[in-house]
Design a binder for this molecule. Structure first.
Ligand code: GDP
Length: 313
């Protein structure tokens, strides 16, 4: 059969590592990206996960941090902090700042929605794969902790993930809708790939948008686990999974998505993972760690062969 058309749901680290491989394979996919961490910084509209996906697909991502542009300089940021005594909160590189500035201009002065501005930037970067923010409305991921409610960035960067987490909610999700083109593309997709992103802060916000959730429910779904054993490969996914009532492992992962009404067809988990997966989902085991571009390509090849099988059956 011809190559399946794949709808990928992505956050800003684990799934972009896989997108780096799918890009090299020239696969047929589009990406719907989390915007639950979007915010304004000194008047700039910052969309961290969308920018990581765009930079990844353009081949310019800083693949040490999975944030910002490779080789970027920080003179603007340093000038703000050292000379002007301005606390910028995020460390924004000079090229990255120009990119964010242009998006803010498109939105504020040219009247574009976020998805229109992202599409314009995508075209200007020469990216052929469609990239959609999950919504043009404001949905904000709120971490409810013993120190009060906070933005994910405040929890993870400023407070170093220390506060005890009681709950996570997606403010604004009930009234939000997805960009219509994203929904059309999802409805036409052969299969949905949920990459190895943080379920609670990257994929949950995307699924909290009802028209995306409903479209994904209609499709075969392949999951790649961000966990090995009872730990995430990196980041706070373990703590956040526990806070919303799930084990931070492949069993919790499958249950978590079932909680959204999405029953995965295949779970791709790490070959070193000794947690017993649920008995009622097909499992493929492989090395899921992507340190280098070669790792990303190798895993992307394996994922594509699973996607072909699932889409063809
Ligand atoms: P965020 O927006 O920066 O939080 O990024 P994501 O949600 O897209 O990615 C974070 C998740 O990626 C974490 O839960 C990690 O466990 C997972 N992750 C990071 N690198 C890898 C990797 O090489 N392999 C796998 N399987 N998971 C990874």
């Amino acid at each position: 059969m011809s190559e399946p058309r794949v709808g990928v749901l992505s956050g800003g680290t684990g799934t972009p590592k896989l997108l780096r491989g799918l890009r090299e394979l020239d696969a047929n996919f589009f990406v719907i990206v989390n915007t639950g961490e979007d915010r304004e910084v000194l008047g700039l509209y910052v969309s961290p996960d969308v920018d990581t996906v765009l930079y990844t697909l353009a081949g310019i991502i800083n693949d040490e941090t999975w944030y910002g542009v490779r080789g970027d300089t920080f003179r603007g940021h340093e000038f703000l902090e050292e000379e002007l005594d301005v606390d910028e909160l995020l460390r924004i590189g000079d090229v990255d700042r120009a990119f964010k500035q242009y998006r803010t201009y498109l939105m504020e002065r040219k009247g574009m929605s976020l998805s229109e501005a992202v599409d314009e930037l995508r075209r200007r970067l020469g990216i052929k794969w469609k990239v959609y923010p999950m919504t043009d409305d404001r949905v904000v991921t709120i971490i409810v902790t013993d120190e009060g409610e906070m933005h994910f960035h405040e929890f993870w960067v400023e407070k170093r993930g220390q506060p005890a987490v009681k709950d996570v909610r997606y403010e604004g999700a009930e009234e939000a809708s997805a960009p219509p083109k994203a929904v059309d593309d999802l409805l036409r997709a052969d299969v949905v790939l949920i990459g190895p992103s943080n379920p609670v802060t990257s994929i949950g916000p995307i699924l909290s948008v009802s028209d995306i959730r409903h479209a994904v429910r209609e499709k075969p779904v392949v999951l790649v686990s961000p966990f090995i054993g009872n730990e995430p490969v990196s980041g706070p996914a373990g703590k956040l999974m526990r806070a919303v009532g799930f084990e931070p492992n492949v069993r919790g992962l499958v249950e978590y998505y079932r909680g959204w009404g999405i029953d995965p067809d295949v779970l791709i988990m790490d070959e070193r993972d000794d947690v017993e997966p649920p008995g009622d989902v097909e499992v493929v085991r492989t090395d899921t760690i992507m340190k280098t571009e070669e790792d990303s390509i190798r895993l992307a090849k394996e994922v594509m062969s699973v996607l072909r099988e699932v889409a063809g059956s």
